[in-house]
Design a protein around this ligand. Structure first.
Ligand code: ADP
Length: 176
């Protein structure tokens, strides 16, 4: 399955580069110093330009599981929501913090009246969270949030960078 309807919001899975997606808000898998880096964080900063780093510097940082919002520099999106995923340790706290990332990002989007949001697969790159486990945590957190906030969002997209990630999220969506 590549899509679902949760609380009147269309939820979709797609393969691609999140910087190229049509959306009002792009979620960034940032680090706690909001210092930029590799992976999706690097791609978003490259696409947005130096304005984004200047805004991040002003905010200064973000604790794991929390989310902060900035402009989107020269990207087409209106806003970037920076959330900090947990570094996978194999403790029960991991799933809690990863779910918090999705919930707090959706909270920032809702507060700012953003109707469409694109998420990358948080924590499954440099932070080492196993893809299948991360996919289940991500999808159940988003589903529960959308069910509890019916009609707030038009569309939430998960943008997966490669086929392996897309397959894992598709399996998780079938399992939910
Ligand atoms: P983290 O530090 O949270 O693990 P990473 O950026 O290292 O973050 O990886 C998170 C996920 O983002 C990985 O699955 C990676 O393949 C993916 N990714 C990397 N670049 C992009 C991009 N341009 N668009 C969407 N996803 C991306």
């Amino acid at each position: 399955m590549l899509q679902a309807n949760w609380g009147d919001t269309l939820f979709t899975l797609q393969k691609g580069d999140i910087t190229q997606v049509e959306t009002q808000a792009v979620v960034n898998a940032a680090n706690s110093r909001l210092a930029g880096g590799g992976g999706v964080d690097g791609a978003i900063h490259r696409a947005a330009g130096p304005e984004l780093m200047a805004e991040c510097r002003e905010i200064g940082g973000c604790p794991t599981g929390q989310a902060v919002i900035t402009g989107a520099g020269c990207m087409k999106a209106l806003k970037v929501i920076h959330t900090v995923g947990p570094i996978y340790r194999g403790s029960p706290k991991d799933a809690e913090l990863l779910a918090d990332c999705y919930v707090n990002s959706l909270e920032r989007a809702r507060e700012n009246g953003l109707a469409t949001v694109a998420f990358p697969s948080i924590s499954t790159g440099a932070y080492g969270y196993p893809l299948d486990q991360a996919a289940l945590v991500a999808l159940s957190a988003v589903r529960d949030y959308l069910m509890a906030h019916a009609g707030v969002f038009k569309e939430i997209k998960m943008v997966l960078f490669d086929q392996t990630a897309l397959d894992a999220y598709q399996r998780a969506l079938d399992e939910l």
